[in-house]
Design a protein around this ligand. Structure first.
Ligand code: SF4
Length: 230
């Protein structure tokens, strides 16, 4: 190990100083938490929602599985930036690269309209909201009317909400990135250079250069710890 192993009691502080944006969004296993700490962390997070008993029964297994203690006993290596960037997070998912997905992730909400109510008089039909649907290669512009028309026949209305650029700006601001640096980062994001955006963020928050660039969330973390512990 090139930096000291972290434990559960330090996680908030370490997350604040050394997590890249994607990991701030979702505390991940790969950062070096020991299995017992990971279980304690997720038990505390989940037990309010599902209860300790259900957690132990249903969730603890997958955590132990991720650590290679169950099933095939493979210690899963966390994804590289490239893999995260090219993934498509689903509805309600929080994983993904925020530089790409804050801007382009679309949340899909399905409303089943009772028959007879899916008429052109529907208020939603008239609210002319524009949606930008982005794929890897292109951006399509759709109005709520077009979306409504498309789904009209099956009485299903799909509402797409675009997470705005503002979310990313706000997240960077929270990390202490200066306004000027935020503009440089947004510029990279607009040109779809997400890893360069992350590298600029790293340089801004650590006030130190990162010549190799960021290509793995764990590398962001370990490079950060090396700087902070030196
Ligand atoms: Fe995470 Fe990599 Fe995206 Fe940075 S570029 S936020 S490390 S996935």
């Amino acid at each position: 190990k090139e930096f000291a192993e972290i434990s559960i009691k330090d996680i908030d502080q370490v997350a604040n100083t050394s997590f890249p944006l994607c990991m701030r969004h979702l505390f991940e296993k790969g950062v070096g938490l020991k299995l017992d700490d990971a279980l304690a962390f997720w038990r505390a997070e989940f037990s309010q929602k599902v209860g300790t008993e259900r957690f132990d029964k249903e969730y603890a297994y997958s955590i132990r599985h991720n650590y290679g203690k169950e099933g095939k006993r493979t210690d899963y290596t966390p994804y590289s930036c490239q893999k995260i960037i090219s993934s498509t997070p689903g509805v309600g998912d929080h994983h993904g690269c925020p530089y790409r997905h804050f801007r382009f992730t679309l949340k899909l909400m399905h409303f089943h309209l009772p028959q007879g109510h899916a008429t052109r008089q529907n208020a939603v039909y008239h609210s002319e909201i524009t949606f930008f649907l982005s794929t890897q290669t292109s951006t399509v512009k759709l109005t709520s009317k077009q979306i409504y028309d498309f789904y009209h026949d099956c009485f299903l209305l799909v509402c797409l909400l675009l997470e705005s650029e503002e979310n990313l700006r706000a997240a960077l601001g929270k990390m202490g990135v200066s306004d000027r640096a935020v503009e440089d980062i947004m510029d990279k994001v607009r040109n779809r250079h997400y890893q360069l955006a992350c590298t600029l963020t790293f340089e801004a928050v650590h006030d130190s250069s990162c010549d190799a660039g960021i290509n793995h969330p764990n590398q962001y973390f370990s490079d950060s710890q090396k700087i902070l512990q030196s």
